[in-house]
Design a protein around this ligand. Structure first.
Ligand code: SF4
Ligand code: SF4
Length: 392
């Protein structure tokens, strides 16, 4: 179904489904915490499936944060779950998290990190070295959730080398739980993870642009019923609808939309400023969409925007085998997130040239989001030529 066919009924429907899910214990809410500041309503907390971990519905994606004072404010306000990764900011992100939390009670926080093996793959022992390196940076003897990072196909999801390393990490206490993160081909991967129990948690891309993705919604339902913890990311669908940043996504509405889904236990919006922190946290005690908020998301959905849904519809469409979805995500990092260093690192990891569409007589890729993929690929692939010290 096209974006433009998403209607008010679709946006409001999720609220009713959420209510039913919560009533059946799908994602238990508790009213045990009073939020700091914005509202007298209690913070909504949910349980991450069979892990038993209880967290506020609003958590923090630390990826782009480079100011420990934001972490400090988030911790003080009541956020307890912090998500980083081995590769973020070349390791400085984990170091910042470790430095800030080194003297805080370990049981007051839930720390998650993600590890992506280098292109070409590595042995279980090398993967374990990466885990140890992350723990060293984090100044912790364990994390709460250790993810295999950015999984996009079944071979990677069940690569025996990484399963061995993750299993060993769990058994030796380096992590309490293991999971995988995904922003492409999510439905297939989540279904597979349910069928072959190994992962405790999935961190998945999920936002209002997935409203009509029945396969993903069904997969999430199945994952929830299996007891998997489910965490949403990319909740703002890029945050901006245009490269010039004249049209913003209503972030509060987008976060509410994701959290209205009964099988999303918490979300990790990226937070880089106090304004974002306060806006996101205001959702923690009230996830109900107002009619105006629902309408703002309808309007955003009707715009092509910059968010690649990860639907995998473009797979195998390019005769040169270009990783179209990953390139579209890189485009989003650069133009929507204003994070060119991440865009460059992502493009560089794909092994494409700086002009991969050059000489191709006709683009055969039909993107379900309506992207002109050739134009965007040609634009973003050039970022490899920019010296890294010019990028942030
Ligand atoms: S224009 Fe680029 S993306 Fe499109 S088919 Fe050709 S090489 Fe592939
Ligand atoms: S078809 Fe478009 S939206 Fe879907 S994965 Fe490919 S680039 Fe992303």
């Amino acid at each position: 179904m096209s974006n433009s066919s998403i209607n008010r009924r679709n946006f409001l429907r999720v609220g009713a489904v959420a209510a039913a899910g919560l009533a059946s214990g799908a994602a238990k809410a508790s009213s045990s915490v009073t939020p700091t500041g914005s509202s007298a309503k209690p913070v909504i907390k949910r349980i991450l499936g069979k892990t038993g971990i209880e967290v506020p519905v609003v958590s923090m994606g630390v990826m782009r944060a480079d100011n420990p004072n934001i972490l400090k404010a988030a911790y003080k306000i009541g956020i307890t779950h912090f998500d980083t990764a081995h590769g973020y900011q070349d390791g400085r992100n984990e170091e910042m998290v470790g430095e800030f939390f080194k003297d805080k009670p370990r049981d007051s926080i839930v720390v998650a990190t993600k590890i992506h093996p280098p292109r070409g793959g590595i042995s279980a022992a090398k993967f374990t070295d990466m885990i140890d390196h992350s723990l060293e940076r984090l100044k912790m003897d364990h994390v709460d959730i250790l993810y295999l990072h950015a999984v996009d196909d079944l071979d990677y999801l069940f690569d025996e080398r990484y399963l061995e390393a993750l299993k060993e990490a769990k058994e030796s206490g380096k992590t309490k739980f293991v999971g995988f993160s995904t922003h492409r081909n999510m439905a297939q991967l989540i279904n597979a993870a349910v069928e072959r129990p190994f992962y405790d948690v999935v961190l998945t891309s999920f936002n209002f642009r997935h409203a009509e993705d029945e396969a993903l919604n069904d997969a999430l339902k199945g994952a929830h019923e299996s007891g998997m913890g489910i965490i949403g990311m990319k909740n703002m669908a890029g945050g901006w609808l245009d490269e010039d940043k004249t049209k913003a996504v209503n972030g509060k509405a987008a976060l509410k939309w994701a959290l209205n889904h009964p099988y999303i236990h918490t979300c990790i919006p990226g937070i880089v400023s106090y304004e974002q922190l306060m806006e996101n946290w205001s959702v923690a005690s009230d996830v109900s969409l107002t009619p105006d908020e629902a309408q703002s998301l309808e309007m955003a959905s009707a715009n092509t925007g910059m968010f690649c849904k990860g639907c995998d519809g473009c797979r195998d469409q390019c005769p040169r085998g270009l990783p179209v979805s990953d390139l579209m995500r890189s485009y989003m990092y650069n133009y929507a997130y204003s994070y060119p260093a991440k865009a460059q690192a992502t493009v560089a990891s794909l092994g494409v040239t700086d002009d991969p569409c050059m000489g191709c007589p006709k683009c055969t890729v039909q993107c379900s989001a309506g992207f002109d993929v050739r134009t965007r690929i040609t634009d973003i692939a050039r970022i490899q030529n920019v010296p890294g010290n010019f990028l942030v």
